[in-house]
Design a protein around this ligand. Sequence first.
Ligand code: ANZ
Ligand code: ZN
Length: 843
Amino acid sequence: MEIESHVSHEQTAHEAAEKYDFAAIQEKWLPVWDELKPFATDDADDERPRKYVLDMFSYPSGDLHMGHAEAFGLCDILARYWRQRGYNVLHPVGWDSFGLPAENAAIKRGADPREWTYSNIEQQKTSFRVYAPSFDWSREIHTSDPEYYRWNQWLFLKLYEKGLAYRKASPVNWCPNDQTVLANEQVVDGACERCGAQVTKRNLTQWYFRITDYADRLVDDLEQLEGSWPAKVLSMQRNWVGRSLGADVTFEIEGHHEPISVFTTRPDTLYGVTFMAVAPDSELAAQLATGASEDVQTAFQSYLEQTKTENDIDRLSTDREKTGVFLERYAMHPLTGERLPIWAADYVLADYGHGAVMAVPAHDQRDLDFARAFDLPVTLVVHPGDDADPESLDPKATGVALTGGGRLVNSGPFDGMEQDAAVEAMTDRLAETGRGDTAKNYRLRDWLISRQRYWGTPIPIIHCPECGEVPVPEDQLPVRLPDAKGLDLRPKGSSPLGAADEWASVDCPSCGGQARRDSDTMDTFVDSSWYFLRYLSPNSETMAFDVEEARRWAPVDQYVGGVEHAILHLLYSRFMTKVLHDLGYLDFEEPFSALLNQGMVLMDGQKMSKSVGNLVEFASEMRDYGADALRVTLAFAGPPEDDIDWADVSAAGSSKFLARAWRIAHDVTSEPGTDAVDGDRSLRRHVHHFLADAPELVESYKFNVAIARLMELVNVTRKTIDSGAGASDPAVREAAETIAIALNVFAPYTAEDMWSMLGYEPTVAAVLWPTPEPALLVEEEVTAVVQVNGKVRARLQISPSIDPGELERLARADTNVVRTVGDKQITNVIVRAPKIVSIATAK
Ligand code: ANZ
Ligand code: ZN
């Protein structure tokens, strides 16, 4: 659908001066700002306190879109605001420019991923320039530059040295469409996060970062972020690590030398165990099946094949029919010695806990479903209390497991204990007898970082037939990507780099023999796990980041970005920060002190997309309304965390507001520097109340409320011009200057133009937020006169807005009035608030 341009840019010079013309204003100030570079932060002697304000960096998939406009617009409010509050603000920009989309687009078009990527970056830069976030452009980075990715390689080698990067063979998530492995984090509901294809498992040798070593800290340190990060993100991080506290319990197996270990979060239910279940795809299941009858072996094999096609989420689902194979084996209960049949069941996962469970069907739903499917016994051991429905006490009949608390029954010496006490007592008992102990478990798995694709950071390892894995010596970094020309980038299950023979074959750095480079590239989440540190010394050729600069600037004070990064990017950045801390490079352990998640920009209630046909293009909105109106519209739409439906907002309305504000500066006739002290007092009070209130609003992300207050100030100022002392009133100038200064936060072009019309040099962005005058903030007082029988008997200092009843009460209570009235009867009281109270008495 074609959108008509709402604004004609063809105006005469005269009209342009009279009318608010956003395009002319943009054209006027852009070159000035290019020249001034007002946001460069390179002065190490700058004494101002520092603030690091950062947007999640952009992926250059094409031009900027409305999502960028919102995220970068909101973040810029904070960057500009803090600068006006006297801070030295670092607000850098860069591109997350490695990754699959570039490669896929390149394959589709037969182009080079490099060309595609860098031309998109150019386009985004051009758009950013006009949108005008307060970036320090001198620190621009691209993760696909060798100057950047050599430090990914350096980081990899640091982790490798510490044993935090390692290679192992294991079943991994495999996307058959993209022909690459995926991290657990990239599998959403069993499908590839990017293309939606059903993910399968493949046994492959891959590189991992040992993030599980940091599991406890990744959970515990979230406490530091409480209140500064969205609660939802904190809980998503917590759930992703998925720490469970409980116990490990060991069960002897008849005719098998090795006992089974299980992890349970409910050691209190130990007497309720009626069978054991092991993951079909575990080593243990295979061992146990070997001794079974031929029939069982056959059944087990086919069950195993079926299991391999299933994903973890389905396997764990409670609303799924339970299947399994009895392995003709028995375990022994560690406390009662009871015989417990052992089953292979796919609802048990091989790589969680020990790949086996003690099944307590009375109190666990999946165990109960299984017990009902195969008619296994169900023993209630935690009684929910006397007021429980008696029927509910038979889970085998109801089909509903009792998962709540209560008192122990059928549990021998533990009977009558409260659940919490029982957990402890049971665990102690197991520990005493050497059959168990407290244990922790995590859902988190090590971070799989290798990818079989071209457009990424080559892994700096050389495989030598003699020496094995040999790290590329630091002085040979970067290992540059070979030219894409001549390489077949199409997905085929092995990295395209492997086919770049000349590139791949090298001499072993250790023995000098023939060796080959590792041909995988790194997950791009590695690039973004530390980029915020690179901005601090973006051009350093000797280090990833300057430790001194990091001490000065980091951690990031304010991070802004989408909630879609609530898990992966934030988790990896937090991990990398902790690793760098432990390596002695950083003196903090959390990278982002405060986080704001902006909502999405929707159209007609839906996510915008070309295929739905509801795409609002950033470029056309910029053409029709300009940067300022777009920014104000996005900030004014509602709380920044909420989604914005573009169908419900009005950029034209924002434009009108900006024109009204602009016109005030245009109308002011007093000279720059005029003292406002004799100006209209009521307008001055408005101005100073605004100056006092807006900071708190901006700092608590109530941008929409701050803009509403600014709109109100514009209206009051206009009223004063039209009705009061007029445009020459010094209070009008004070108001106009205040509006320009505040508008810099939301609409920098309009603000700069106003500032210039008011007779000042650019840039308004460097003007400090004025301090409100306390005298103009307190409630004003006026003098009310109290007469008794026509004679003035008292004067009261009161608020001009006092309520008449209150004024009368104060008048009657005045000591002088009380004395004058004496015991005479009051016959009449006339109250003219706030000026006069007239009391008449009987003679
Ligand atoms: C006995 C029990 C009784 C359990 C009860 C729960 C309730 P979270 O909290 O997620 O860590 N479990 C242990 N290993 C498993 C595996 N490899 N695959 C599937 N399930 C497994 O869950 C821990 C609980 O999940 C453990 O506690 C175990 O079942 C099961 F009333 O043990 B429970
Ligand atoms: Zn060698």
